[in-house]
Design a protein around this ligand. Structure first.
Ligand SMILES: [Zn+2]
Length: 277
């Protein structure tokens, strides 16, 4: 059976609650061999680690830009501690999810703008110091992130994934040149996403990894319009089980066999995170 890697999946999200086990089972039945579960705040470090162990998955530890309103420098110390404590845990694969978000208006202006830049820089430094790849959240912030990455590049270069990538071809190339893989998910399934679909089609195959970002970023077949919702149609959370269908869309865009795309993207995920999937 074709095996897929979901390189970004929030299995600990409250949308899944006590159902995480059956969500993961459905994904496995659909061919998703491994998920990477990124943390978003210190409070969920233990949960993502426990889930990764329970499901034979991988995890990342970090503080997400959307979660730092209440976070302080103590949280950076807690992250440093956790990275030290779990240094020998083969399931810990990266520092993440970290990055910059200038899409959310409050985060794009003082004081949260400086605050997220501080957290991003400090966490890049931790990744360097602990010799770990990074999983990046990039929203309207590609150039600022590229600058920070260049300034702090480790001597051997970066490794990691720019998740839910949605930048220009030039920005894509810049991330790839720095050592990153680019994550594609539900957003690429919308026919109107012309630029993103073109990027997914034309990017070097070696740069491409797949993700669902579940429970967020629903593929078009799970999308429920405001009118449908008003009419009582429920929105089903996105799940890692959708990954193979997203993969089939990407394979279609690239005009390649689905199986070959699964093999290549699994290999790329392993390369980007420094593990053998
Ligand atoms: Zn995420």
């Amino acid at each position: 059976m074709t095996e897929w890697i979901d390189t970004h999946c929030h299995l600990d999200a409250s949308e899944f609650g006590a159902d995480a086990g059956s969500v993961r089972e459905r994904a496995r039945a659909a061919g998703v061999a491994h998920c990477v579960i990124p943390a978003v705040e210190v409070a969920n470090f233990d949960t993502v680690r426990a889930l990764a162990h329970q499901f034979d998955d991988r995890y990342a530890l970090g503080i997400h830009p959307l979660y730092l309103a209440q976070a302080g420098d103590g949280d950076l110390l807690a992250l440093d501690d956790a990275l030290t404590r779990y240094r020998d845990d083969p399931r810990l694969v990266a520092v993440g999810e970290i990055g910059l978000d200038y899409f959310v208006p409050e985060l794009a202006v003082s004081p949260l703008k400086e605050r997220q830049e501080h957290f991003c820089r400090q966490q890049l430094q931790l990744a360097r110091r602990h010799d770990l790849p990074v999983i990046l959240h990039v929203r309207r912030s590609a150039d600022a992130l590229l600058r920070a990455l260049r300034e702090q590049a480790p001597p051997q270069g970066w490794r990691g994934i720019a998740h839910a990538f949605n930048g220009s071809p030039q920005q894509a190339k810049a991330f790839i040149d720095l050592g990153f893989k680019l994550g594609f998910g539900g957003a690429v399934t919308y026919e109107r996403a012309l630029k993103l679909r073109r990027l997914a089609a034309e990017l070097p195959l070696s740069a491409l990894v797949l993700e669902t970002d579940a429970p967020d970023i629903p593929p078009h077949w799970l999308y429920v319009t405001a009118e449908q919702r008003a009419a009582g149609m429920a929105r089903r959370p996105n799940e890692p089980a959708e990954l193979p269908r997203i993969g089939a869309v990407v394979a279609g865009l690239r005009g390649m066999a689905v199986e070959a795309l699964a093999v290549a993207t699994a290999r790329n995920a392993g390369e980007g995170l420094g593990v053998a999937f």
